[in-house]
Unconditional design. Structure first.
Length: 157
């Protein structure tokens, strides 16, 4: 009996709210968009930390949760780091800024190609895993390219 009650409570707690389901039924679900804004680089004990700022925009009249964002960054076509960011939230009719970061190892060929004070071009690809209010997972693929300025005091590898 207690096990059944706990299971029912867990099921009800994980279900989306009635307003979210009503909004989903009347207006549908519009896939959110993810776009790159800029990238910055800073020295790190292991090499160079690069952070790519993304904006996730939710056009829906209910908040959504991104269960995770998986991403890979490449310099001159060579992968330099990958990562996952968990549980970012995006409000209804709103935006959230996500900083997707990683370290370019000082031992990698990509690091050796960096020149202090110059721009370094990157490409980022990935998937944003969206938890829709109806419980149906939605994956949003994204890719972007840009550049960041390599810090002047970059140590030699």
């Amino acid at each position: 009996m207690v096990r059944t009650s706990l299971a029912v409570c867990l099921l009800l707690a994980s279900a989306p709210s009635c307003p979210d389901l009503y909004s989903l039924a009347t207006h549908g679900f519009t896939v959110p968009t993810v776009s790159a804004a800029n990238a910055t680089a800073a020295l790190d004990p292991a090499g160079l930390r690069v952070t790519v700022q993304f904006t996730a925009a939710n056009p829906n009249p209910f908040p959504i949760a991104l269960t995770s964002v998986d991403y890979q960054v490449a310099l001159q076509g060579q992968p330099v780091f990958a990562g996952t960011q968990s549980d970012p939230q995006v409000p209804e009719h709103g935006q959230s800024v996500l900083g997707l970061a990683g370290v370019i190892s000082a031992a990698s060929p990509g690091y050796r190609a960096l020149r202090p004070g110059q721009s370094a071009s990157y490409a980022i690809t990935g998937t944003a895993h969206v938890a829709s209010p109806a419980g149906v997972p939605v994956d949003v693929e994204f890719d972007a390219a840009g550049a960041f300025v390599v810090p002047q005091n970059l140590p030699s590898p």
